[in-house]
Design a protein around this ligand. Structure first.
Ligand SMILES: C[S@@+](CC[C@H](N)C(=O)[O-])C[C@H]1O[C@@H](n2cnc3c(N)ncnc32)[C@H](O)[C@@H]1O
Length: 609
């Protein structure tokens, strides 16, 4: 399990550029199979003052983790918190913008120096635009820096200009230049246009007041609306009804609204911004920042001539931008982490629990059904062969095993493990994708076994597995299918909600398509009963005691990332999940858990004695 810990300056669900970048990147990483736990550190960032709560959050991050700290937060953490984290973890800083470019009241005058010093302390950094990366390199005196720009969502193209409706997507603060925009529009009041400003109105209320007064003074209250912040569907609607995006920030490190407009085929007039660097397209007109005349001229050119606006719309529709999955892939490369399927460490770590939990009775019963003759057995999704190591010594027959998995990395390691731990086993490994069961037809087998697989599979695949077993009339032993029961000791009032999100995650596509998840064993039992098998099930729960801190910690990491990945689908708050994770982590050594599993043995009727 490859878990990244992402440090957010306060509530990660805020809807400004940096927070949206974090949230969307986390979602894309998770979809790619990288576990990410988001931690929210409270305080008036970037200068929160001493806050003992921060140290507590950082302590709970396991040693050796990859940590991504938001650049708004990193310089504001205390020196001791930063060094504590850097000594234990591999820390990267995501630099959305430079603090002095975004100067907030109360910032020290040496902010740029403090920021660079803090960045040098981390193991690495990446910016979210090339222009920010270049500025950081200049300041640090290094030659090159890495950057991972935001992705985009595939979007429907906007239908083409309708009514000169302008959209501005920016939090209303001084730096975003709304007063300049109002003044520029006042100079083209002879033309037909309207403007919606979409962005938070509570970050700088004095600025919002000044913007309102200016709108009134210029007599534009009928034409300009300050809409405030919108959710995802609201913002989609705002883009869909606009004909032009205008952006007037005095400095813009990237400007996600710009690519979001262009990807929808909406032309843009903007001051320089990271999103537009190197982009040569007639869909974009870049005007110098704080240059009223240039802005008026550009607006008039576009809005006075419907054909010009149409030409720019067509040009915007021909552009393409990377999507979030591509950018998540890029970040995985920058960080040098590979989400490599099932981790070897994890499979080794769970094996003793697997073997303690599994039903001996069901293996004995299988042995009776097979009788004393030599047998050919196949283990599906064998991983490192743990299931075979449990079953083989408990069967009295002469055996030949075919161990099947699609991951060559695991199969290579499996041979090493078997040579040491079960050297007399007669077996062959088969690299095969078991989604194609028909491809296994050529093998003559007396029984099929698997361990810790069924809860990953889709309903469709379980049906084809049941059909295949029926055609071949083979006994089937499927062990350790997770059934969704998790009981923590001591319990916590949030366990049930976390568990609900975790169970929801188990239904996600984990390689086979959407899955019955916790209901997989029950479903398989029914499918096999319907096909005339005799089916026996037994509980095979893991019982993990508090003293096994490593195993409890690994379960905690796994449950927390799955629950936070599924939180929005399960209607559960990610903040609640991270709070639960933090509290459980701090009680490591005193809390244990029971994890529900089911073993299932199915025998085709004529074989039943
Ligand atoms: C949870 S692990 C269990 C491994 C092993 N049975 C054990 O109990 O230690 C799931 C296994 O399924 C394998 N797997 C997942 N999808 C597969 C596929 N489409 N074809 C073959 N193996 C697959 C993985 O590589 C991994 O080894």
């Amino acid at each position: 399990m490859n878990t990244v810990h992402w440090l957010s300056p306060g509530d990660p669900e805020q809807r400004t550029g940096g927070y949206l970048y974090n949230a969307r990147m986390v979602e894309a990483l998770q979809s790619r199979g990288v576990g990410v736990v988001m931690h929210s550190l409270e305080g008036p960032w970037p200068w929160p003052g001493v806050n003992p709560g921060h140290g507590k959050v950082l302590q709970d991050i396991p040693d050796g983790s990859v940590v991504i700290a938001d650049g708004l937060l990193w310089p504001g953490l205390s020196e001791s918190d930063r060094s504590f984290l850097c000594q234990r973890c591999s820390v990267w800083v995501v630099v959305h913008s430079l603090l002095d470019m975004e100067m907030t009241p109360g910032s020290p005058s040496s902010v740029a120096a403090i920021e660079m010093e803090a960045l040098s302390q981390a193991h690495g950094w990446f910016a979210t635009s090339e222009r920010t990366a270049n500025l950081v390199c200049e300041r640090l005196g290094v030659e090159s820096g890495q950057y991972v720009i935001p992705g985009t969502f595939p979007s429907r193209h906007h239908e083409g200009p309708q009514r000169n409706h302008i959209l501005n997507v920016a939090t209303v603060t001084e730096r975003k230049g709304h007063i300049l925009l109002v003044d520029a529009l006042a100079q083209i009041s002879d033309l037909d246009w309207t403007l919606d400003v979409v962005g938070a109105l509570d970050r700088d209320v004095e600025c919002v007041q000044r913007v309102r007064e200016r709108i009134e003074k210029r007599g534009l209250t009928e034409r300009i609306r300050l809409i405030g912040e919108l959710d995802e569907s609201g913002i989609d609607g705002a883009f869909a009804s606009a004909d032009l995006l205008v952006h007037t920030a005095s400095f813009e490190a990237f400007g996600m609204g710009l690519t979001e407009a262009l990807v929808r085929g909406l032309p843009v007039i903007s001051t320089p911004a990271g999103a537009l660097d190197g982009l040569e397209s007639s869909a974009v007109d870049i005007v110098p920042s704080e240059d009223l005349d240039a802005l008026v001229c550009s607006l008039r050119t576009v809005l006075a001539d419907r054909d010009e606006l149409k030409r720019r719309t067509v040009a915007a529709q021909s552009l393409s931008f990377p999507d979030w999955p591509e950018q998540a892939e890029h970040l995985v490369q920058v960080l040098g982490i590979e989400s490599e399927g099932f981790s070897i460490d994890w499979l080794r770590q769970r094996e003793p629990y697997d073997h303690t939990a599994r039903s001996e009775t069901l293996v004995r019963r299988l042995g009776q059904v097979l009788g004393p003759k030599p047998v050919r057995l196949m283990e599906l999704a064998t991983g490192l062969g743990s299931g075979t190591r449990f079953v083989s010594p408990r069967l009295m027959n002469q055996q030949h095993w075919t161990l099947v998995d699609h991951d060559p990395r695991l199969l290579a390691r499996l041979s090493q493990e078997m040579d040491v731990r079960l050297p007399d086993l007669e077996y062959q490994v088969l690299e095969h994708d078991i989604r194609n069961l028909q491809g296994l037809k050529g093998h003559s087998i007396d029984a099929v076994l698997t361990q810790a697989l069924l809860d990953l599979a889709s309903d469709e695949w379980l049906v084809s597995l049941a059909d295949w077993l029926t055609q071949q009339r083979m006994p089937f032993l499927a062990s350790l299918t997770v059934d969704g029961r998790v009981e923590w000791t001591p319990s916590d009032s949030r366990d049930a909600e976390v568990q609900h999100a975790f169970r929801t995650h188990q239904t996600f596509d984990r390689g086979f398509g959407a899955s019955p998840g916790p209901l997989a064993a029950q479903r398989m039992q029914q499918l096999l009963l319907d096909r005339g098998f005799d089916v026996v099930v037994e509980e095979s729960d893991w019982i993990i005691p508090p003293e096994d801190v490593r195993m409890v910690g690994a379960m905690l990491d796994g449950i927390a990332w799955a629950a936070s990945e599924a939180a929005s689908h399960a209607d559960v708050s990610t903040n609640m999940v991270s709070g639960w994770y933090r509290d459980r982590k701090s009680s490591l050594g005193t809390c244990g858990l029971r994890v529900g599993h089911i073993d299932l043995l199915a025998i085709p009727k004529p074989l039943v004695e």
